[in-house]
Every structure is written in structure tokens, then in C-alpha cells.
Write a new protein. Sequence first.
Length: 154
Amino acid sequence: MRLLSARLIIALIFGVILVSLCSSEYEVLSGKRNLRRDLQRRSEVLGESLAGNVERDLERGATQTLRKTVQRFANRENLIGLAVYDPQGHVIAVTDELASQIENTPPVVLQSMHENQESDAFQTLGKRRVHIYVVPLRSPDKFLGTMAVVHDAE
């Protein structure tokens, strides 16, 4: 009888621990998913709101104004920086902090140029985990390039 009750108690303890671990894992994954979704939404809102100004500067060929616009928005929460690319994938304007971390054009930027639509990706940039949201820039008659919004995803 004693052996049966000890086995039952051990089985119950093991079951409670297992359920607790599974529940905790689910909560962590759910929280992470919600944070990622929130970061994607914030990037999209910022990218779409800036796109009009950047497109206007690109159409006029005002690279100095474009650089000032990009630098002005560099001091946002968790924002590493902004980069504007021409249709060939070369950097036109980039924030100072991002310029020191970005060596080549990220693949998500090239993908957005190729598909001519918004795209985003979580990837590693240097030693940091980042989220990159890319907005194609267009005038009524031509493709002007892309703008990348890079947030710290850690």
C-alpha cells in the first residue's frame, strides 16, 4: 500500500512539473510572437509614413535633404537606423549608427527590389539580431529604389 501511494505521489509531482514546463514554454513563445508582431507593425507604420517624404526627395534629386530626413528619424526607440537604396541596390543615404554596421546590401532589400513590394525579415546584422522592413519607393512613372527601416530585435 505504501509503495502504491509513493508511486502515485511521484507520478502526480512529475505530471504537475511537466504541465508547468509546457505552460511556461507556451507563454514564452506566445510573448515572443506578440513582440515580433508589434515590432513588425511599428516598422511598417514608420516606413509607410516616411516613404512619401523620401520619394519626394528622390524625385527632386535632393540628396542633402534626403540625408537630413533620414538622420532626423534616427533617434527613435529601438531604431538602429534607416537606409535608402537606389534601384541598383547602392546606398544613397544611411543613418550614422547603421552605416557602421551594414557592409553589404541585405538580402531582404534585394528581394524587395526584385519583387517590387514591401518585405521584412529578422536576421543578424554584425552581432545584433535585427528586424529589417523594406519599402519600395516609386514615383508615378518609375521605380526610385527602396528604404530599409532597421530595428533592434533583441
